[in-house]
Design a protein around this ligand. Sequence first.
Ligand SMILES: Cc1ncc(C[n+]2csc(CCOP(=O)(O)OP(=O)(O)O)c2C)c(N)n1
Length: 644
Amino acid sequence: MDNKKYKQGDLLSKINTPEDLRKLDKTQLPQLSKELRRYIVDVVSEKGGHFGASLGVVELTVAIHYIFNTPYDQLVWDVGHQAYGHKILTGRKNQFPTNRKYKGLSGFPKRTESIYDTFGVGHSSTSISATLGMSLASKIKKNTTKQHIAVIGDGAMTAGIAFEGLNHAGAEDTNLLVILNDNCMSIDPAVGALKEYLAGISTSKIYNKARKKAWKILGKISKFGPNAQKIAKKVESGIKTTVLGESNYFESLNFRYFGPIDGHNTEHLTQILEDLKNIHGPKILHCITEKGKGYEFAEEGNPTQWHAPGLFNKETGEILAPKKIISPPKYQDVFGETIIELAKINNNIIGVTPAMLSGSSLDKMMDEMPERTYDVGIAEQHAVTFSAGMATQGIIPFCNIYSTFIQRAYDQVIHDVAIQNLNVVFCLDRGGLVGADGATHHGAFDYAFLRCIPNLIVSAPMDEHDLRNLMYTAQKKTRGPFSIRYPRGKGVRNEWRNKMEELTIGKAKKIQVGKEIVVLSIGHPGNFVKQASKKLEKKGISIGHYNMIFVKPLDEKTLHSVCKKYNNIITIEDGCLKGGFGSSILEFVSENKYSNQVHRLGIPDRFIDHGTQEELWAECGINSTAIIKEVESIIQKSQISQAG
Ligand SMILES: Cc1ncc(C[n+]2csc(CCOP(=O)(O)OP(=O)(O)O)c2C)c(N)n1
């Protein structure tokens, strides 16, 4: 790992923990924020990672750690992609350049990494529930001094679980502060009615005028001693009922709503946070921030692009790998182009994404056919049931969800789609090991948790042509639920726009015939098998290979002939070994009383951290080297046993 030292600035260089930060004078906080921001720009431009969100919360991060007694006070970052400043201020400054690298810091807060990371995150919208849990635990322990703070974005606030947390928290008398970090953006522009509502509050002139006056009084409430609570309540309800009426969303859930305030003003932020410390019960502080704040190219550019821009030239703002179709293309782009092609010939097709418009490349369809493309917010459960509703009316939704995020909607897949045998096409992007996002984001479990669901077709393409053919097949006739799972990153073909053809459901493709050993692959690892067999051929070893395409239904006819022809079957999948594709082959062999040896390659039974996909595949034994090793070991063992 390269050990380049990054400049830290006079103040930042002296800060290792929030305790050091608290020794600063309040007037030094803007300078510290500047240095922190510059350090993030310097490192992320050269090392990659999430970007705009962390820059947007620099002042908020400094203010929270300055005012609250972390780690005693419990701070939870929602999603955690914006927590780089937090990591740097909480003992990980010098390791920050290893962020998201193999064996380096995780890109998200992680309990095993730091005592300041109170809750592991990565998937969104958990912060309110988790913090409420912590605050009620404090109550059970009769601890009335501990503060519990959730920082959640306006995008994350669109998820059902965030509402569930608010709903519960509003009915509990605990010491909970929710800081709503409102930058009007998810990864793509925020969507939905809540966005309109928040924009309404933020721009209401009468409200803001009244609020400013009220804050002047509220700023002094801590000096009112025992009467502080009463006075604060009076002032707030004064402005809220006159200006917002009874309709304040958060107030109606029994939260006390403060704001909106400028989330980039450390003086104001620290003053308000100090005041809020003295107000008991569930409260929400609405902060307005700007994604990419303080880095002119991000401020002026496209915030979606600056969410996670990859490497860039910090002086010129040039993004080194701009988003365009490359060759071979990314699987997501093949999906994004193909759905448009299909939607042009089939009027019933629509596209659905829960907040991953550009990540799934469904933004292409949104540009071309906005009336047939739905970004429903960070709401995977809703995306699935909404698609189910559409399907009852003969529409064919292509519901694109990252493999890891469909875990959120498991019941909806079973209850709302599969039981009713509805024709929803699940396009599961980022299947398998995804790389730098790590354990929270690997799409490791989908084969295992989908293949046990009746009615559901479970498939995975080996390359771009398979993907296009599967998409074509899924909409060609009504077949019930159909899942197509593909990996993060590039495919393998420069010429990928084949003339699409209908596949036979549950039919494997024979790639080559071999002698003793056959490899059954599902999905993109089939390409590793191709590489391995070329190398093995040079050593005079010939292996059979089938690209199974379908995990369910399995191609039983092919499997019977495979079991009769080959003694040794190697299975390979970029998915968990427990219960996955290889397990389905073991079941087949056992249930049909064959005596083949089945050797499974795939993700072992533990959570895999972050790194490049290549590093992680190597760690798990999902690559051509692992296949060659397995083949040679089988040969060696069988020769030994033959000799014996
Ligand atoms: C359940 C889930 N779905 C999707 C994502 C992908 N994702 C990561 S960050 C993000 C946007 C979050 O927006 P917001 O909370 O407003 O934070 P911001 O980036 O604007 O600061 C999304 C959709 C996720 N992490 N978790």
